[in-house]
Write a protein that binds this ligand. Structure first.
Ligand SMILES: Nc1ncnc2c1ncn2[C@@H]1O[C@H](COP(=O)(O)OP(=O)(O)O)[C@@H](O)[C@H]1O
Ligand SMILES: [Mg+2]
Length: 151
């Protein structure tokens, strides 16, 4: 788990179209293990949720629908690994996520997929977070970078 950059077998990749982003998510899913934490970073519309949907599909989760923007967290318990999908976009204070059991999630062994993980300078995220930064480099093209430190 130490070097996920190698683990995912790419550092930087350009992804053309949302279908390809979902496909990348499926590939990444096959590399995930219990307790892995992905910190997804990128502006609105970057493709964080599309990538999550691909990961969930790759893990065999049936419900890969919406972003949890309005509820902070959605749990997906029907795949190869249990997943908690967070969206920190609307968080104003760290306390809001601590109150819904953030520390317990960190210790749960679930895979955590966290959109807007750089909220609060990334202070919520554990040391072993794998940072996935998505940047728009064209209408349908996204540059995906994997880091082991907050981007
Ligand atoms: N290569 C791509 N990867 C992901 N999304 C793309 C891509 N090209 C275009 N899109 C569009 O960008 C938007 C990404 O939305 P979403 O995944 O919800 O972003 P975020 O969660 O980062 O706000 C969608 O409307 C999708 O159709
Ligand atoms: Mg989103």
């Amino acid at each position: 788990m130490e070097n996920k950059t190698k683990f995912f077998q790419f550092d930087t990749q350009d992804v053309h179209g949302e279908q390809a982003m979902r496909e990348l998510g499926r590939c990444m899913a096959s590399e995930l293990g219990a307790g892995d934490v992905l910190g997804l970073v990128g502006g609105l519309g970057a493709g964080k949720t599309r990538l999550v949907q691909g990961i969930l599909a790759g893990l065999g989760c049936a419900q890969v629908g919406s972003s949890p923007t309005f509820s902070i967290v959605h749990e997906h318990l029907d795949g190869r690994l249990p997943v908690a999908h967070f969206d920190l976009y609307r968080l104003r204070q760290m306390e809001e996520v601590l109150q819904i059991g953030w520390d317990e999630y960190l210790e749960s062994g679930m895979v955590l997929l966290v959109e807007w993980a750089d909220r609060f300078g990334g202070a919520l995220m554990p040391q072993h977070t794998v940072w996935v930064q998505i940047e728009s480099v064209g209408e349908e093209t996204r540059r995906v970078r994997v880091h082991t430190v907050c981007c």
